[in-house]
Structure formats: structure tokens, C-alpha cells
Design a protein around this ligand. Structure first.
Ligand SMILES: Cc1ncc(COP(=O)(O)O)c(C=O)c1O
Length: 493
């Protein structure tokens, strides 16, 4: 159901309560006998030369005029209320430990030890880490796979109905809006159906922070009554890295519960640089975001058209996805399928960096992904398009036919928490078929686990991991930095 109290611009978004209080504090030249120990930069010239004097002066800790992250009642709360208003939520919580913490707080607010939560298998690792922390069990939905592009797409209402039939006692449903590749699922109907079945809906919108600020973007799920939404303002919104926000539609989940859960893992020394960057970014997005994004949407559309004229490359859009699992698409995600030039996305990612000085967000087996955002201009986007044109000319060979080895099913034998705490032994990955994994294996970005603790290792997964190793993919999650061994649960003889 669409929220009736759409509240954009209810408050005065020209205001920046936290930034203003911080500037007032800096101007007052209070003598600091508190932390941080660099004392406005005087104690660390090397660092001051690096980040600048203003950064050091603004790097302060909580005090009465500047409020306290663990129980905001002053200027942090005022800034959070403006953020909630900008997104149309009832409440917003500033997060300084990345969206990973927001995701963990969402999960831990709705499920506890032994509970079940329905989630798509392509969640970010922070969601599965939240299962280790909470003790809840996942009931996975396997998203639709677009074989042609070798990528996971979204989930459908039918998927959710099936999952609820299979796990009727689940307490909550977790949705991703949009996926890393920009795919938006049938969120409005999914939220309504889940609520009708008594389940809370929590949404990872790490890649959708820009959604409320232009009508061509898909909607934020907060508009459709999602109970909680985590949004990486630092990703596409433009705030400082690690700053994020957790949004709440109060009802099934109460504000005080979320605050208590956040305080389990939240720092008591939240960075005012990060929090102030959220305050300023909210003002910028509300007052100038629409014009900025308007221009950028046009630039991406242009770039897509140009790339689609380059031999062997295809920049995909909503028309390329099966409608069953893709209801919308984020126009700022510039994803390009590269197998037509005979290279993997991982190869092209490296070539762009090494030969053209261009850093893109991600390369996987079949695709590359460039994140286009509020800070881009036609100059850089044209450089990317020219580089892709040159790569197609210089490297093109026979089309690559890759078997798609990414997970499309997993066998969860133990809950992530049980697996995490069970005794383990090292096993050569090549011979780990049939064993139960005790750790994560993923490529970052995107940080979506290929294997999670508690899952039985299949031959397909081993092949996929070996392919990524051969292609020099950035594997992580394993204790063994060389990714030769994996910790598996000890077998009882
Ligand atoms: C879908 C998704 N959720 C959550 C996160 C975690 O965000 P952060 O890196 O801010 O902790 C990421 C990070 O890439 C992500 O892609």
C-alpha cells in the first residue's frame, strides 16, 4: 500500500542543524580536554597536512551542544528528522559503520535465535553476518538468473508466495532494492503480501539512495510501507564513505527497539565528519538533487546508446531482463556485457584500470558495472565510452561462452551461526566437494557470498571459485589469503 503521508519537503530542508551546531562549536574555540587526542590537529601535524585544518577542527566527539549518537535528542535528532522527511519515512537513524551495520540492525530488530527469515540468496554478506549474530535461519529465495548476461535478477511475487508457503512461520522478509546490477523487484505487491501474512519487510537499498530525488528513478520501498530500509547515502547519494542511514516506518517495529539494537554494535564515538556529511548531503539532495540527476540520467542514456554501437558490447537496460523478475531498473547503473569481445568482465575491469586509468565499480565473469552518480560529468563518461571502444578494437576475439557457475541453488545444512561456532579443519578447495563450509567465499565487489557458513560445497561452486581465481578475481572471506584452503566443519567420524 502506498504511504499516504508522503512527506517530502514538509520541513525546511535549507536547514542543516548538525552542520550549523558543529560550525558554531568550532567558532567558539572551546579548550578541549576531551578526546580525540589530536586536539583539533595540534597534536598531529602530519595528519593535519593530509586532511586539512578544517577536517581536524571538525573531528570532535559527542558533547551536550552536539548531541550523542546513542540517544539523540538534540541536533543529531533534528538532522535525522530532516533525513526521515526527505525519504518519506517516520524515523531515520544516522549510521557511521557503513550500511553493513544498518543491514545487521534491520535483521536483528526482526528476528532472534531460532527464528526464520526469508531472503534472496544474493544478499550482501552483512545480511548473513546478521544471521550469525542473531542466530536466525535463512529460508532462501533463488532469484531469477539472466543466463545471457550471467547475472542474478530480481524476485517475483510468486517467489515470495512459494517461500511463505514453505516457511509459514518466518517472521520477516528481506528484499534488495535494487540489486547491484540495478534490477528492481515487484516490491509494492511483495510488501503488501508479506504484511497480509504477518511478516515484517526489511529492505536493503544500499544502491538506491538516490531513488526519491528524481521521478525517473524507481521508488524507495519506504513509500510502499516497508518496515525498515537501509540506504547507502555514501554510495550514490554523495556523502562521505561509511555514512549511511537506517529508515523506519514505525508500526510492526518500534523506534526504541531499533535504537536498542543499534546500540549493541554502534560506536560510542561517532564521527562528526561522517554525520555532518549526511546532514549536508540531505540538504543538497532535496534542494538540488533533481536538477543534477536530470542531467546525469541523460548522460547515461547517451552513453548506453554509444556503447551499444560498439562491436561485441551490450549495455543492458530494463528491456533486456525477463519481466517475471524485473519490474524496474535503475537508470544510473551502467552495466555492460563484455563476453562478445571474448573477455571476462574481470579482464576488462583490469584493462580499464591498467591501460586507461579508469576505475570501475565491478567486473564479474560476464559484465562490468560503472556506477554513475551525482559527481559525474560528460567528460569522464565519454572517456569511459572511448576506452571501451578502444578495448573492443584492440582485444576483440571470439565470443566467450562461459558456463554460468554462480550459485543458483544452495544446500543449507546448518544455520550460519552454528556453522560459525562449530570446530573446523582446513580442506583444499579442489577436494572440498560435499563438505560443509565454515566460512564465506566471495568476490568483492559485490560482496555477495558464493558460499556462506553452513552450506554444503558443490562441484559447481568449486568450479566457479577456480574460474574466479584463474581470472584474478578479488576473492575474500577465506582465512587463507591465497584461497587454496577452506575451513570446513569437522566431520564426526
Ligand atoms: C547490497 C549491499 N548491501 C549492503 C552493503 C554494505 O554497505 P557498506 O559497504 O556501506 O557497509 C553493500 C556494499 O557493497 C551492498 O552492495
Amino acid at each position: 500500500m502506498v504511504k499516504t503521508m508522503s512527506s517530502n519537503n514538509k520541513l525546511d530542508h535549507a536547514k542543516t542543524p548538525l552542520y550549523s551546531a558543529l560550525m558554531e562549536h568550532i567558532d567558539s574555540r572551546v579548550i578541549p580536554f576531551d578526546v580525540p587526542g589530536h586536539k583539533r590537529g595540534r597534536g598531529n601535524g602530519l595528519l593535519k597536512n593530509f586532511v586539512g585544518e578544517m577536517t581536524m577542527k571538525a573531528d570532535v566527539n559527542s558533547m551536550k551542544p552536539l548531541d550523542f549518537i546513542c540517544n539523540p535528542t538534540g541536533v543529531i535528532k533534528e538532522a535525522e528528522d530532516l533525513m526521515a522527511d526527505a525519504y518519506g519515512a517516520d524515523e531515520a537513524f544516522f549510521i557511521v559503520n557503513g550500511t553493513s551495520q544498518a543491514v545487521q540492525a534491520m535483521v536483528m530488530s526482526v528476528v532472534g535465535d531460532g527464528d526464520t527469515i526469508i531472503m534472496p540468496r544474493n544478499v550482501h554478506k552483512s545480511a548473513i553476518n546478521a544471521l550469525i549474530l542473531s542466530g536466525a535461519r535463512p529460508h532462501y529465495i533463488y532469484p531469477h538468473i539472466e543466463d545471457k548476461y550471467g547475472m542474478v535478477s530480481g524476485i517475483s511475487l510468486e517467489n515470495v508466495k512459494d517461500a511463505i508457503k514453505e516457511a509459514p512461520n518466518a517472521k520477516a522478509i528481506f528484499i534488495i532494492n535494487p540489486t547491484y546490477y540495478g534490477v528492481v523487484s515487484e516490491i509494492e505487491d511483495i510488501i503488501e503480501y508479506a504484511h497480509d501474512n504477518g511478516m515484517a519487510v526489511i529492505v536493503d537499498e544500499a544502491h538506491g539512495a538516490h531513488f526519491p530525488f528524481h521521478e525517473e528513478f524507481p521508488d524507495s520501498s519506504i513509500k510502499y510501507g516497508a518496515d525498515m530500509v537501509s540506504s547507502s547515502i555514501h554510495k550514490t547519494g554523495g556523502s562521505l564513505t561509511q555514512s549511511s542511514v537506517l529508515l523506519l516506518n514505525e508500526g510492526i517495529i518500534k523506534r526504541d527497539r531499533v535504537k536498542t539494537v543499534l546500540n549493541l554494535t554502534q560506536t560510542t564515538s561517532a564521527s562528526y565528519l561522517l554525520m555532518t556529511s549526511l546532514d549536508l548531503t540531505r540538504k543538497f539532495l532535496v534542494t538540488e538533487g533533481k536538477n543534477r540527476y536530470e542531467k546525469i540520467i541523460g548522460l547515461v542514456r547517451n552513453a548506453r546508446e554509444k556503447i551499444n554501437k560498439i562491436e561485441g558490447l551490450h549495455a543492458y537496460g530494463i528491456e533486456d531482463f525477463d519481466k517475471k523478475a524485473c519490474y524496474g531498473f535503475d537508470p544510473l547503473k551502467l552495466g555492460v556485457n563484455v563476453t562478445g569481445i571474448g573477455l571476462t568482465g574481470i579482464n576488462v575491469y583490469d584493462i580499464l584500470r591498467d591501460d586507461y586509468n579508469i576505475q570501475i565499480e565491478m567486473g564479474d565473469t560476464h559484465n562490468i558495472l560503472a556506477i554513475i552518480s551525482i559527481g559525474d560529468s560528460d567528460k569522464e563518461i565519454n572517456q569511459l565510452v572511448s576506452a571501451l571502444y578502444a578495448i573492443s578494437n584492440n582485444y576483440r576475439k571470439e565470443k566467450l561462452n562461459l558456463d554460468f557457475h554462480q550459485f543458483n541453488s544452495t544446500n543449507v545444512v546448518k544455520s550460519p551461526r552454528d556453522a560459525f561456532y562449530t570446530e573446523k579443519e582446513k580442506v583444499d578447495i579442489i577436494s572440498a566437494k560435499g563438505r560443509i563450509s565454515g566460512e564465506f567465499v566471495m568476490i568483492y565487489p559485490p560482496g555477495i557470498p558464493i558460499l556462506a557458513p553452513g552450506e554444503r560445497i558443490s562441484e559447481e561452486m568449486i568450479k566457479y571459485i577456480e574460474l574466479l581465481k584463474k581470472e584474478n578475481g578479488l576473492l575474500s572471506g577465506l582465512e587463507d589469503g591465497n584461497a587454496q584452503y577452506i575451513n570446513c566443519l569437522k566431520e564426526v567420524k
